[in-house]
Ligand binder design. Sequence first.
Ligand code: UD1
Ligand code: CA
Length: 452
Amino acid sequence: MKRTCLAIILAAGESTRMKSSMSKVLHPVAGRPMIANVVDSLVNASISSVALVLGRDAEAVQSAAARNDIDMSAFLQTERLGTGHAVLAAKDAIAKGYDDILVVFGDTPLITAAPLLAARQGLADGNDVVVIGFQTADPTGYGRLLVENGALVAIREQKDATEEEKKITYCNGGLMAINGPKALELLGKIGNANAKGEYYLTDIVEIVRAEGGKAIAVEAPETELTGCNNRAELAMIEAIWQKRRRHELMVSGVSMIAPETVFLAFDTQIAQDVLIEPNVVFGPGVTIESGAVIHAFSHLEGARVGAEATVGPYARLRPGANLGPESKVGNFCEVKKAEIGAGAKVNHLTYIGDAFVGEKTNIGAGTITCNYDGVNKHITRIGANAFIGSNSSLVAPVSIGDGALVASGSVVTQDVPADAVAFGRARQEIKPGRAKILRERYQAEKAAKQKK
Ligand code: UD1
Ligand code: CA
């Protein structure tokens, strides 16, 4: 869209009903503060600038909303006198001059770009105010949209509505687009003569019509306009978000056996022909390449899983885990900040941290990279085609060469050259017949005691 657009995000609310030590717009949805999801949709709706209207936790909210590809300014609304008053807190930004002004709420994180673009299109088509509405079975509490012959005549807040108006099920989602050149003048005319004594942004509809301007409503799905007031609604919003994203991924070629048990983050990337088994959790920053299998009960965060690799069941990939193609990380293994080479296997009960594991190397059950000395972290390097015997401790910093073999139970404290064997445990002693002698002696002692 060629028109310029300033988006104003209202986020000055007290968040009282969240019963929280932080502003509700900082609570996470899809693994990041909900306000960041709003900003994302705005960017997808091709806006040029964002103005934040902040109250509580202003600095934290500003940094949660920030991103480096968009011009953003912040304004404090010190008194909370209503949505009309809140928008005017950003009047310096509005005064810079934009074709479109888009007003959205920071606590409505399910909004997508489509209704925002539809509202902007409404302005491009010659309307002065375009309100995003929704149909609902239970309109209680929302402003009702009074529509006549396709024109939006007024928005009536619940407390000011007549019994007849309360029956209307077409409601104000709260988000709207306003003709930029006219915005300051229209907003300045909003008063507070209503049941709540607040400056209602919604009054702009009647104001613009009185001046001979045009207002319309565009409809969006109710789910997209779900606002978050308490933690039950937060959980509901998360559930809707998850359902929507799982569906997108499945339609794009990802298999999920029990999708309702798979939890994704805002940036989870999963390629075609990946299979996700039940009960898998993705934190932020995960990429899964084609043909990989994530077995049940695995937890991944900040990790990349190469093509055809397999993970789990019960695996944990922490930030910096980078699994090569066809590699395997099996049950009860944890991998952190480590590269696992193509075709390498880390199959059972292992911790690999701050490490490089070469191609086709086999890491035996119970191997631990001892990466931390209590103060500093150190690196373990393991070459290609190496074999680490079960229950070995690799005390970093340490290197194990290509093709080397570490005997099981070793504590490896020195570098192992390529193709060498490291035998790092006490040698076993055999005493023939000794067990039988001991057993007979103990039995005799026991019998002697019983006789006494
Ligand atoms: C508003 C709409 C209502 C709509 C509903 C949809 C008005 C007058 N009413 O009602 O028609 O159906 O949203 O959810 O606009 N805020 C500020 N500063 C203020 C007041 C509000 O930043 O002084 C922010 C809040 O943090 C919130 C948003 O604006 O994010 C909406 O305010 P809220 O008080 O929740 O409006 P509603 O009464 O729900
Ligand atoms: Ca609200």
